[in-house]
Each structure stands twice: as structure tokens, then as C-alpha cells.
Design a protein around this ligand. Structure first.
Ligand code: LUZ
Ligand code: MOS
Length: 758
């Protein structure tokens, strides 16, 4: 049944998911003596802790341990970029939902009861939620950071038109299907093993070791797969894993901590909301001469990854365009919200949203279609970004023109104009959205990965890497790598769980780099074994030159002729002759350098390009709308797995549309999340998703920096969703041509109505 096997392996997780057989944190068998954890969190957005009385709570039947900041054996600190985040609050609370105490008990009920029995008194302090207000008070996470090129101040004089404005973009809930959670097990030598739903096994390992005062080799972290992450588990799986580890370490019992959906929504950080001031200057012909922007990032109560996310915002300030004079200032503001965190695009979408706002307003001032300005200023081969790097293998214009041609945009534009002329109350809008996204962690150090490959004596292959499978298909891509290098079918290859004791010092599976980095490491490890296999085959055949040996379709070829040595036979002789059938390898992305003093350099291995055209229909009586179509030409390099990449693109597009249209997080005046369930937080469902999504992969694009010339796919398509916002604004403009609408996302139907009639 080889063919069936092959099919299953190539979609290993898909088949298991479909049958409901794949395991997530909550599916792990319950250990003997398992304790359940519950967390006391702050009801106030800001205040001094006056009393944290645990006496009554300790008496609740079934309670096996209750821990506050004072009980932490190591350091009460989990901040990675800046040490500003206690695991359990000490003197103050800084957001609603901040963890204060951990209870472990025989049952979930007992743990919950004990948490409610804790006596908590907080003396309220005034909270700040608005990033601009935080800035005025000097509440910053890090000092402001400025990227610049050319000479903005004198460039304004060259401009025929100058437009200024403000743009707001909202937060976004990650809404991974699997909520945050972990199991922790005490080990015989005082260490702990943690099974965590994290994108960053090493991050969890480091945090738990720090909190428990252990060396790293005494903390093992294992990840089987995640039920989605979207950046929400890059940093924020840590507190829950560290608390489970604390409970297990102190109580010497296994501990399970899994958040309920409403807890997850209330306690964890979101995509960062940004408030931005922009100024753009152009020639009458549409050429952009200068762009100045200040980003106020709402970081929440602690740094988390905010400075790094702000960095990516600054890198993506100019989107897909070449602008000779740029000054971008990024300000990370400390507010009393849960720490905001990585979310697909990592600050890039927030920057591109404002760039499009500036172009949209400039087009109005010049009385042209935004597309005229967009196309005129698209990046060309060799153009220099404001951070010094040049665009290589630039596909921006090729993608744009392919969209125009493939989707017959002239005809569509005419159709939309005619429709709008004929319909007084329903208006259509159309918008091009070009995307250019830099691939690599902007922190150079993180651009490395390891792999460990074993061939067992029956010829089956086991591959471990640092990559975490979260539904993005990285397992399948790594199977493809091993399958290609060895020329064996997929059913012979298994991707192991991600474990810090198999592959150490891993970077998070993030920044769209999971397949690139770990795939390259796996390729190197497989190639190392492949060299030994060829030498062994040459020896068996009594030949001198291993380079004349090739392994193809599970058989050994010599000078292009098939021999009678099969894969299984070859592996057997390797073993009999005591030759190593395992290899470990390490990959580090070459060519990266960035000078943070000058804010210039080559931070990215390459860029991903693409263009989308979005069409929407707006009911101007009700404010409701439909996203009719999103049609894309995407540069995926030489696509490694079209099905996976298409899935990533479609999902990203819908998630991007959701961010800018219907996904709205609302807070009470005292900082409590009001939209804490799916009945109040609306995400795109299958009915809201565009009727038509077409993704066409640009042919003839190569990328030596990716696996087998492919390009990263995870984040770039998210930003096609920005097109939906401006398509809707265009439709609104067709109804109320005299109005200059505010730029404020999400553009919910309510907001549309208020903008049309308010
Ligand atoms: N995470 C990170 C990321 O630590 N650095 C990055 O540059 C990045 N980019 C995108 C998504 N996650
Ligand atoms: Mo990320 S936003 O975890 O790639």
C-alpha cells in the first residue's frame, strides 16, 4: 500500500486533523497524580497591591499549592528584550488580566474555588490606554527610533502637492483555535519537562529555567504541534508554560494549565494598535518625493516583542514603493493594556496601511486614481530602501502588470464606474494593493537553525528540526526536502516533535522563516549523510569515484546506469560496515548585516513581492458590505508546495481583511476587554470571506536564499487584505465624493454608516 502511505505522509497532519486523531495540548493523556492550575489575575488596569491574602484559599479542599511572586525560586522575570515583565505581579498591577498568583489543585473546580478565595486589595492608580497620552507623559518602552534617507526637510520645496493626515489601525485577536496551555512534569533530578503550545520552545525553556533557577539542560521543552499561532505563541506561550513549570517544580506533581477561550482573549496581548501622523509630498505627475511619518505604537504594559515589531514597522514604512526622502520615527508607548505581541506581519502591516492612507489622500489631492501614484512609484530593480538595502530580483512591477493583464483590470474599472453611475445606493470600490515584505528575522542572531537526521536500519528516516508545526505545513515542506535529497518517497520520512533536547538553541518558528531556515538545516544534514551513502555505494561496487554514484527512486545508479543496490540494501551495508547513519547540521542565513547606529544595512535575505486587486460592494443605506473578490499575482519564487502556499495565501488574505473590516476589540473605560468571546468579536466566516479569491503564482522567479528556490509564504499575503479597506473607502467616496474620510481601522459597518451620514 505504498501509494496510500505516500499520500498520508504528504499531508500527514491534514489526514489526522480530518479524522480528529491529531493531538494538541488538551489531548495528552492525563498523568497519574495530575494537578490542575488556575491563575488569579488583576481586575484593575493599574494599581498598588495592598493585600494578597492566601490563608482562606489554602484551606480549600484539594489545593496542593498556592504560589505568589514571593515563592518563585529563581528570578520573577520573563521579559526577553527588556526585563520589565514579572511572571507574577509584585508591587503593582499594570493591566487587567495580569497574573498575580497560581493555584494547583486536584481538580479544576478546586483550583478555581481557591483562586476566588484569595483576598486581593488593590489601591487604584490612574491608567493610560492611549499611546499618544502615554507618549505625552513620557511612558516609553524604549527611546524613539528614527530611520531616514535623503533630505526630507528640504525635499518639501520640490513638491507640487503636500498632504498631511493621521491614520489609526486597531488591535487584532490572534484567534488560534487551540488556546494557550502547557503540561509540566517534575523530573527525577529536579528538572522539569514541559509540553507547551509554543512557537518558541527555546524561549519557553529559557523562561522556565530563569524562573526556577535551573540551568537550561534541566528544562526540556517538547512541542508536537500547535492549533494555530499567528505570532500569538511566539512570546506569549511563555507565562503559561512557566507557571505550569513552577507548579510542577514546587509540588513535585505533573501540572496542566490550559486557558479557556474567554481567559485567553482577556489575558493575552494582541496585534499592536498604531496611531500615526503622516506627511507626503509629490510632483504633479504623481512621483513621490518625500514621506515623513511618526508611528505611535500601543505596546501595552510591558515590552514583550514591541521594540522588534516597531523595527519591522520602520523597515516597511514605504511598502512597495521607492521614495527618495524619508523620515520615519517609531515610538513604542507603554499603556495599561495586556502586552501586545507578534501577530502575522509583525508591525509590517501597520506601516503599509499608513503608506496606502497617504497615497489614497494624495490621489484625492491630485485628482487621480490611487493606482496611478502606486504604479508610478513601485520599486524597481536596484532601488534603494530607506534603510540602505537595494531591491534584488525585484518583482514588484511584474506582479502589478500581471494583475492588470490577467484580471483584465481596465474592463473591471469600467464595469465598476458604470455600476456606480447606475446605482445610487449600492457602490462598488476597487483597489490595487502591492506588497513587499522583507524575509529574515530583523534580529540577525535569530537567523539560524539546526536539524538532526537519522536513517534507521530499515531505511526509514527521522528528521528533527527547530521548526514548530502550527498548521502552516512546515512538516510537509521538510519531508519534501529530505525526500528530494535522498530521492526516496515521503512515506519513508517522519518529522519528529520539536524538542529542545534534540535540536537546541532554536529560534522561534516565526517571521515566515520556518521552512527556509529549518529546511536549509535539514537539507544540509541530509546531504552530509548522502555523501556517505554515495561513498559506501562506490565501495560496494568497487568504484573509485563517489561522484559517479547517484541515488534515484530508492536505487543506486552508477554513471547513469541502474545497479542492483537498492536503498534498503545500501542502508544495510552502511550499518554492517559501521558507518554513521545520522547527521546534525546547522544553517545560518548568509549576507545579513545591519548597523543599528546608522540604521542602514542588509537586514533581509530577500523580499517577497506581489499585488492584489480587491473589489467590494457597499450598501450605502445600511453600511454593510461584501468583499466580492481578491485577485492576486504572488511571487512565491519557485513554489515548493503549491497547495500549502495557496492555503497560506488565502488564509492570510482573509485574516488581513478581518483586521481592517469586522474585527473590533472594545474595552471598557477602566480597561476591561468587552469583546471577550466569539459572540461579540466578529471574525470573517466563510460567508464574509470573498466570494472569489484567486492566487496566481508568478512564473520564472528564483530565489537562491530559499529552499529549492522557493520563497517564504507565511506573512506576506496578510497584507493583501489592506486592499479591502481602501476599496471600501473608494466605494464610500463614490457615494459621498465631497467627504474626506478619516482613516481609522477597523472599518466596521457601523463606522461606515457614521462616516457616510455622521
Ligand atoms: N519575530 C521576530 C518575527 O522575533 N523578529 C522578526 O523580525 C519577526 N518578523 C516577523 C514575525 N515574527
Ligand atoms: Mo510571527 S508574527 O510569530 O511570524
Amino acid at each position: 500500500m505504498k501509494s496510500r502511505d505516500t499520500r498520508i505522509n504528504f499531508s500527514a497532519d491534514a489526514a489526522l486533523h480530518t479524522r480528529g486523531e491529531s493531538h494538541f495540548i488538551d489531548d495528552a493523556p492525563l498523568a497519574e497524580g495530575l494537578l490542575y492550575a488556575a491563575v488569579l489575575t488583576s481586575p484593575e488596569a493599574h494599581g498598588k497591591i495592598k493585600n494578597l491574602g492566601t490563608k482562606e484559599a489554602q484551606k480549600v479542599p484539594g489545593v496542593r499549592g498556592l504560589f505568589t511572586s514571593e515563592d518563585i525560586p529563581g528570578e520573577n522575570q520573563i521579559g526577553v528584550i527588556i526585563p520589565d515583565e514579572p511572571l507574577l505581579a509584585e508591587d503593582t498591577v499594570d493591566y487587567v488580566g495580569q497574573p498575580l498568583a497560581l493555584v494547583v489543585a486536584d481538580s479544576e473546580e478546586a483550583a478555581g474555588k481557591a483562586v476566588r478565595a484569595i483576598q486581593l486589595e488593590i489601591e487604584e492608580l490612574p491608567p493610560v490606554f492611549d499611546p499618544r497620552k502615554a507618549f505625552d507623559k513620557g511612558f516609553l518602552i524604549v527611546p524613539p527610533r528614527i530611520f531616514s534617507s535623503g533630505d526630507v526637510d528640504s525635499a518639501w520645496e520640490e513638491c507640487d502637492v503636500i498632504v498631511e493626515g493621521r491614520a489609526e489601525s486597531g488591535p487584532q485577536e490572534h484567534l488560534y483555535l487551540e488556546t494557550q496551555g502547557a503540561h509540566a512534569f517534575p523530573l527525577e533530578d529536579g528538572g522539569v519537562k514541559i509540553i507547551s503550545a509554543t512557537q518558541s520552545p527555546t524561549g519557553v525553556q529559557r523562561a522556565a529555567a530563569r524562573v526556577l533557577g535551573l540551568s537550561l539542560h534541566k528544562v526540556e521543552v517538547e512541542v508536537l504541534r500547535l492549533g494555530g499561532a499567528f505570532g500569538g505563541k511566539e512570546e506569549q506561550a511563555v507565562p503559561w508554560a512557566a507557571m505550569a513549570a513552577l507548579g510542577a517544580f514546587m509540588s513535585k506533581k505533573p501540572v496542566k494549565l490550559v486557558l479557556h477561550r474567554h481567559e485567553d482573549m482577556c489575558l493575552t496581548g494582541k496585534r499592536h494598535p498604531y496611531s500615526s501622523d503622516f506627511k507626503i509630498g509629490l510632483k504633479n505627475n504623481g512621483e513621490i518625493i518625500a514621506y515623513e511619518i511618526t508611528f505611535f505604537q500601543n505596546a501595552g504594559a510591558s515590552a514583550d516583542l514591541s521594540p522588534s515589531i516597531l523595527g519591522r514597522t520602520l523597515f516597511h514604512t514605504t511598502g512597495s514603493y521607492y521614495i527618495p526622502n524619508v523620515r520615519a520615527t517609531g515610538i513604542s508607548c507603554r499603556t495599561n493594556l495586556p502586552p501586545n505581541t507578534a501577530c502575522r506581519g509583525f508591525g509590517g502591516p501597520q506601516a503599509m496601511f499608513v503608506m496606502e492612507a497617504a497615497i489614497f489622500k494624495a490621489a484625492r489631492a491630485l485628482d487621480v486614481e490611487p493606482a496611478v501614484i502606486q504604479k508610478k512609484n513601485l520599486l524597481k530593480e536596484g532601488d534603494q530602501f530607506h534603510y540602505g538595502m537595494r531591491a534584488h530580483n525585484c518583482q514588484a512591477l511584474r506582479c502589478w502588470e500581471a494583475v492588470e493583464k490577467r484580471y483584465d483590470c481596465e474592463k473591471t474599472r469600467k464595469r465598476v464606474e458604470e455600476f456606480n453611475a447606475a446605482n445610487p445606493l449600492i457602490k462598488k470600490g476597487l483597489y490595487f494593493m502591492p506588497v513587499c515584505f522583507g524575509i529574515s528575522f530583523t534580529n540577525k542572531t535569530l537567523n539560524q537553525a539546526g536539524a538532526l537526521v537519522h536513517i534507521y536500519t530499515d531505511g526509514s528516516v527521522s528528521v528533527s528540526t527547530g521548526a514548530v508545526e502550527m498548521g502552516q505545513g512546515v512538516k510537509v515542506k521538510i519531508i519534501q526536502v529530505a525526500s528530494r535529497v535522498f530521492s526516496i518517497p515521503a512515506h519513508r520520512i517522519r518529522i519528529e516533535s520539536t524538542n529542545t533536547s534534540k535540536v537546541a538553541n532554536t529560534s522561534p518558528t516565526a517571521a515566515s522563516t520556518g521552512a527556509d531556515l529549518n529546511g536549509k538545516a535539514a537539507e544540509l544534514a541530509c546531504r552530509a549523510i548522502y555523501m556517505r551513502l554515495k561513498k559506501e555505494a562506490a565501495d560496494e561496487l568497487g568504484k573509485e569515484n563517489p561522484d559517479e554514484i547517484e541515488i534515484r527512486d530508492e536505487a543506486v545508479y552508477y554513471q547513469g546506469e541502474r545497479t542492483d543496490i537498492t536503498w534498503n540494501k545500501l542502508i544495510q551495508s552502511m550499518y554492517q560496515n559501521r558507518i554513521n547513519l545520522s547527521a546534525q547540521a546547522h544553517y545560518a542565513t548568509p549576507g545579513l548585516n545591519f548597523d543599528k547606529g546608522r540604521e542602514k544595512g542588509e537586514p533581509f535575505a530577500y523580499h517577497v513581492f506581489g499585488t492584489a486587486i480587491t473589489e467590494v460592494s457597499l450598501d450605502c443605506l445600511r453600511g454593510t458590505y461584501e468583499i466580492d473578490s481578491v485577485q492576486v499575482v504572488h511571487d512565491g519564487g519557485t513554489v515548493l508546495n503549491e497547495l500549502i502556499d495557496r492555503g497560506q495565501a488565502e488564509g492570510g488574505i482573509v485574516q488581513g481583511i478581518g483586521w481592517l473590516t469586522v474585527e473590533e476589540l472594545l474595552y471598557s473605560e477602566d480597561g476591561r476587554l468587552l469583546t471577550e468571546s466569539l459572540s461579540s468579536y466578529k471574525v470573517p466566516d466563510i460567508y464574509f470571506a470573498p466570494e472569489k479569491i484567486e492566487v496566481y503564482f508568478l512564473p520564472d522567479s528564483v530565489n537562491p536564499m530559499g529552499i529549492f528556490n522557493s520563497k517564504a509564504i507565511g506573512e506576506p499575503p496578510f497584507m493583501y487584505g489592506i486592499g479591502s479597506y481602501y476599496a471600501l473607502l473608494s466605494a464610500m467616496g463614490a457615494f459621498r465624493p465631497e467627504r474626506d474620510f478619516e482613516i481609522s481601522a477597523p472599518l466596521t459597518p457601523e463606522k461606515v454608516l457614521l462616516s457616510l451620514y455622521g
